[in-house]
Design a protein around this ligand. Structure first.
Ligand code: CMP
Length: 138
């Protein structure tokens, strides 16, 4: 029996767009063999930030995170592939770019735990919630 192909919601964050790292980051997903099912350049507004980060809105780091995430365009992607959620989380590395392993996107390209270039769904449940929020028609 074949299992259905999994999907993940990935955001290439405003710091990556500003730093000209879109090509580098999207290329890593492409060469890994993941499929891009949807891709959109858009700016997150305050309401979407509160919904997307519903688990974090009460945390001390949320106000500056919200300001950062709404500060300019980002690229929202739907990626699919075998175990894509786990695969992409491994590819992006630990939250804090200073601690993320070399070879990961954050480990190679970020020195921050806020401006960490990429967000990716961390479980099938969060993927379903985030995909419905960002790409309701998909
Ligand atoms: P992300 O994967 O988008 O999920 C939550 C985000 O909050 C995280 O990436 C970081 O951008 C940010 N974040 C998490 N922990 C901290 C922290 N301790 N300080 C600042 N930002 C954080």
């Amino acid at each position: 029996m074949t299992s259905p192909i999994e999907r993940s919601l990935v955001l290439v964050k405003p710091d990556a767009v500003r730093r000209g790292l879109l090509g580098e980051i999207i290329s890593r997903f492409e060469v890994k063999g993941l499929a891009i099912e949807a891709m959109e350049l858009r700016t997150m507004d305050a309401a979407l930030a509160d919904q997307h980060y519903a688990d974090h809105v009460d945390k001390a780091f949320y106000p500056p995170l919200k300001e950062f995430m709404t500060s300019g365009p980002l690229v929202a992607l739907v990626l699919s592939g075998d175990q894509v959620i786990e695969v992409v989380r491994a590819m992006i590395g630990a939250t804090d770019g200073r601690k993320a392993a070399a070879g990961t996107i954050r480990g190679d390209l970020s020195l921050s735990n806020r401006e960490n270039l990429v967000h990716a769904s961390d479980s099938p449940q969060s993927a379903a919630r985030e995909l419905a929020l960002w790409f309701p028609k998909l």
